[in-house]
Write a protein that binds this ligand. Structure first.
Ligand code: MG
Ligand code: MG
Length: 254
């Protein structure tokens, strides 16, 4: 089912988006060499509670994970790219960290992810991975104009990722958002322009390009959740929740 928000619900979506953006910005500023992934999880838990919001993750138990996630944020380091389960790991200089957070506030979900390099060193490969996902995300947002279709977004994202030299895994991609986190329509990270569901005002979408440096194959970690590159190469992930309006896409999680 595809949910369409009414004009009176859009302000709540903006509030949910602003909260996710605020928490991710704060977490990013606190993360450095020596930060433990479990600290990040605790900080996220506290900020969600303080805002009176609900975690979309802690009880989440989809078919692609093992049991309830049991944590408040996804922390994916280096070869881990999606669904990274926080564990007892201390961040080191040059680590590529992806934080992915979804919360429900006022009955509306917002979902966003950011990748960045911890510490002072800036490995060129990691910089390129992050840049590609950020540029692909911008292209996807720009393609979500009035009258566009899901295929236009997918095509824009895929063109940037492939143009940067990466192959694309289509097992996981973007999705509709609304009263729950993962809804129709699916937004693959590659596709054909002019195809698929036509965007309409009130639709919320999470766009989330992600790449791995030298493979399109994922492996699941022994923790049952964390998805890593099959080759052990580095990876990156960028995500925003957008609202389709009469004037184009409004980014809710900037
Ligand atoms: Mg997400
Ligand atoms: Mg998402």
């Amino acid at each position: 089912m595809i949910e369409i928000l009414s004009p009176t619900e859009l302000p709540r979506a903006r509030e949910a988006g602003a909260l996710v953006a605020d928490i991710l910005r704060t977490l990013r500023s606190r993360c450095g060499v020596g930060t433990n992934l479990r600290d990040i999880d605790r900080w996220a838990q506290a900020m969600i509670a303080e805002a009176g919001a609900q975690s979309c993750y802690v009880d989440y138990e989809p078919s692609f994970g093992r049991g309830p996630f049991g944590h408040y944020i996804c922390t994916s380091v280096n070869d881990a790219v999606l669904h990274g389960l926080p564990y007892d790991y201390t961040l080191a200089d040059g680590d590529l960290l992806s934080l992915d957070l979804a919360v429900s506030r006022g009955g509306v979900v917002a979902d966003s992810a950011v990748s960045f390099i911890v510490g002072e060193s800036k490995p060129a490969e990691s910089v390129a991975l992050i840049s590609a996902t950020e540029r692909a995300l911008s292209a996807g947002i720009a393609a979500a104009g009035p009258g566009a279709r899901i295929g236009d977004i997918s095509h824009a994202i895929g063109s940037v990722l492939r143009g940067a030299g990466y192959s694309i895994n289509t097992e996981f991609g973007g999705h509709g958002v609304g009263s729950t986190m993962h809804q129709d329509p699916h937004v693959p990270n590659t596709g054909r322009p002019g195809r698929g569901y036509r965007l309409r005002p009130g639709l919320l979408l999470a766009l989330e390009p992600w790449v791995m440096a030298d493979t399109a194959e994922l492996v699941t970690d022994a923790d049952g959740w964390t998805l890593r590159s099959a080759t052990g190469c580095r990876t990156a992930h960028s995500e925003h929740t957008i609202a389709i309006t009469d004037d184009g896409a409004e980014v809710l999680t900037r």
